[in-house]
Design a protein around this ligand. Structure first.
Ligand SMILES: [Zn+2]
Ligand SMILES: [Zn+2]
Length: 102
């Protein structure tokens, strides 16, 4: 939704421009919405890509290699009636396992 800078009427989208229905004033369609979306996507990507390196570490024994330190995070598996499950990622071999697996 965009309003005319000149007369304040509602403008309609017309081929990349906002066009005022009352006075004919046009202005380029801002990239505001698209830009915001892109920013959100980038933020999400950053969080995901750094997930395994920025996780907290705790004492947990890796069932794979026996290493006693692992990164951990909480993840809700299914719907809201399921409580969050703790996952570990071995800081030595990167094996991943669920807390309630053992
Ligand atoms: Zn106008
Ligand atoms: Zn391991």
């Amino acid at each position: 939704m965009e309003f005319c800078d000149e007369c304040g009427s509602m403008m309609k989208a017309n081929d990349g421009l906002w066009e005022c229905g009352s006075c004919g004033f046009t202005k380029p369609k801002g990239d505001t919405a698209a830009y915001t979306l892109t920013e959100d996507q980038e933020a999400t990507e950053v969080i995901e890509s750094s997930e395994e390196t920025s996780l907290p570490e705790t004492d947990a024994r890796c069932p794979e290699c026996g290493h006693d330190r692992a990164y951990w995070y909480l993840q809700q598996i299914r719907s809201a009636d399921e409580s969050e499950t703790r996952f570990f990622i071995c800081s030595n071999c990167e094996h991943k396992w669920r807390e309630d697996d053992h």
